[in-house]
Ligand binder design. Structure first.
Ligand code: ZN
Length: 142
């Protein structure tokens, strides 16, 4: 089951700024990257100007393994409770990456009755529009 969008309704787009520009540039190139503190080595997501552990502002981008497990999820089934631009049902997930950070995303090919906490997943890139690519997750064989 792939997420479907309702035509004619504006897509939700990320607000790209100085701190997350590198992340979204990577996504556009189908590369999942995370921010890493160059001083203490902490991996950080979502991108931000300052390391939450050591307050360094010296950051770099490092590639993700692209794999993780479902940490939590919610199934949007009622259109009036979901974003109108997306056809229900659709899954919103929190994925715990093997890299050590968590990411909020959507499932790409999993029916809502098959998802479970701990499901192994890997990133896929959904080119929704010419100027919009989003990272999503599909079931991963282990
Ligand atoms: Zn740090």
């Amino acid at each position: 089951m792939v997420m479907e969008y309702n035509p004619g309704i504006q897509l939700l787009r990320p607000r790209v700024d100085f701190d997350n520009q590198g992340y979204w540039d990577g996504i556009k190139q189908h590369k999942l990257i995370f921010q890493k503190c160059k001083y203490c080595g902490l991996l950080i997501h979502r991108p931000r100007p300052m390391c939450p552990r050591c307050n360094s502002m010296d950051m770099e981008w490092v590639p993700s393994m692209g794999k993780g497990t479902v940490y939590s999820w919610v199934n949007f089934v009622y259109a009036n409770a979901a974003y109108p631009g997306i056809k229900v049902p659709y899954l919103v997930v929190v994925v715990e990456m093997l890299d050590g950070v968590r990411i909020v995303s959507n499932m790409y090919d999993v029916p809502p009755d098959e998802i479970y906490v701990g499901m192994p997943v890997e990133v896929v890139f959904d080119d929704i529009a010419d100027d919009l690519t989003l990272p999503k997750f599909k079931r991963r064989e282990v």
